[in-house]
Design a binder for this molecule. Structure first.
Ligand SMILES: CC(C)(COP(=O)(O)OP(=O)(O)OC[C@H]1O[C@@H](n2cnc3c(N)ncnc32)[C@H](O)[C@@H]1OP(=O)(O)O)[C@@H](O)C(=O)NCCC(=O)NCCS
Length: 407
């Protein structure tokens, strides 16, 4: 009997698959394969990037090599995929009074699935394994009532873009910007023209539901995000002297200017590493850090340690109001930088809609930042358009709510 090779897609088993999955993960670059490539280390927990979502699944692709006599000879994990499902805002509608006139904007929710961490071993590519993994994940999404599925990838990642927009039927949807800033060895000064208050999770939830629930991608379970152990806090910048008396009072009578921001600790979940840099480049980065550490009062902008594993804090839920709110957000950014320095992060990052006015205010380094491409697919054609219509055809809003659990 001739030798037979089959690829089996099955659920990831933490007891038996950990090590083999990690081997594939560490052999896969993420993003375009140029001179420098970005690699992730999931710190021994391959499911870490989805486990904080309300429903999640990880699948592996196993290549089973059956010998000539029909006996199983060798099993090799050659790929994996993670997916999660949650309910988010996909549009808005007006509430109506009993006289029929429109009143206030309300969110329209949809059940949204997200694909992330798709990897196929570099030695097993172009054999249809990636496609198989996506199809099986979408099957699970459909069985669990998801109406749309989306993925985020680098626009320049040709294999990924071509797989999703070609054979998988996704369409290009949004182009948010990932803004990245190094964490310096010196602290940034935070203006004393504002008061920064740390909110309790219930206060933060009220504020976010009150001001952001109509923002695209706002998660309906924002309370579980804010109560998660990885959430380091929600911070509000207020005019100096403002006395914080809780979210109810704040929402009924907000000050003219304010800004809000939350911080998520990715540092304990995964590490990143840029590989492929020349010795010269690494030496230059190291020198800037040594100088910054030795002379912090000079406030030298040093390069982060990206050529060895580094962690990050993600800033999410950024927003505010008033003519000075972008300036207030910048003050919050300085505060977040100093927190990230205490936690020994390499960088801080945030992701904002391409239309968001905050894009110009939030400090970032162009060389570290990039544009993300989000692609979307409607999973069930029998799904009624409801009051929002086909989400895929909607125009982007001024902002999006990027869920830190999926960053
Ligand atoms: C993206 C990735 C998962 C694709 O896996 P794969 O098993 O090689 O993909 P498949 O063989 O199923 O390809 C299916 C289709 O996708 C497209 N595709 C896949 N790789 C491609 C490439 N290198 N260039 C152009 N198109 C490509 C093709 O249309 C292909 O069909 P074809 O082979 O009949 O032409 C793999 O390249 C990978 O692991 N990359 C590194 C990690 C990564 O970038 N992940 C995506 C992040 S969202």
């Amino acid at each position: 009997m001739a030798e037979e090779v089959v690829v089996v897609i099955r659920e990831y088993n933490p007891k038996t698959d950990d090590e083999r999955v990690e081997q594939v993960e560490s052999s896969c670059e993420v993003g375009p394969n140029g001179e420098l490539s970005l690699f992730t280390d999931l710190l021994g927990d391959p499911i870490c990037r989805v486990r904080n979502s309300p429903a999640y699944l990880m699948l592996v692709a196993e290549m089973v090599n059956k010998g000539g006599d029909g006996k199983e000879e060798k099993k090799e994990i050659v790929g994996m995929i993670r997916g999660c499902i949650k309910t988010v805002t996909c549009g808005t509608k007006f509430s109506r009074t009993k006289f029929g006139d429109s009143h206030k904007q309300l969110p329209v929710f949809t059940k949204l699935a997200y694909i992330l961490g798709l990897r196929v071993s570099p030695f097993r590519r172009r054999m249809g394994i990636g496609l198989k993994l996506v199809h099986r994940m979408e099957e699970w999404f459909g069985n669990n009532g998801a109406e749309y599925s989306y993925i985020a990838t680098d626009d320049a990642n040709e294999p990924s873009v071509s797989l999703f927009t070609g054979k998988c039927g996704y369409t290009k949807f949004r182009n948010p910007s990932v803004l990245v800033h190094p964490v310096f060895a010196h602290r940034l000064t935070v203006s004393n023209r504002v008061t920064i208050v740390k909110l309790t999770p219930p206060d933060a939830e009220k504020l976010y539901r009150g001001c952001f629930s109509t923002t695209e991608f706002f998660p309906r379970d924002i309370d579980s995000v804010l109560n998660n152990h990885l959430n380091l806090g929600t911070f509000l910048a207020l005019p100096k002297g403002y006395i914080w008396a809780g979210s109810d009072k704040f929402l009924s009578d907000p000050p003219e200017n304010w800004a809000v921001m939350s911080v998520w600790n990715c540092n304990d979940v995964f590490k990143l590493e840029v590989k492929g840099a020349s010795k010269l480049r690494k030496g230059f980065a190291k020198t800037t850090r040594v100088l910054d550490r030795a002379f912090p009062f000079l406030r030298l902008p040093s390069l982060p340690k990206v050529f060895s594993p580094f962690g990050l804090h993600m800033l999410y839920g950024l927003g505010g109001s008033g003519p000075l709110y972008t300036r207030y957000a910048k003050f919050l950014f300085g505060f977040a930088h100093n927190l990230a320095k205490e936690c020994k992060c390499g960088v801080i990052a945030t992701e904002l809609s391409s239309e968001d006015p905050l894009k110009l205010a939030i400090p970032h380094w162009k060389v570290l930042s990039f544009t993300d491409l989000w692609c979307i697919k409607r999973l069930g054609e029998d799904y009624s358009d409801g009051s929002v219509g086909d989400w895929r055809k909607s125009q982007p809003g001024l902002s999006i709510f990027v869920d830190p659990r999926e960053f």
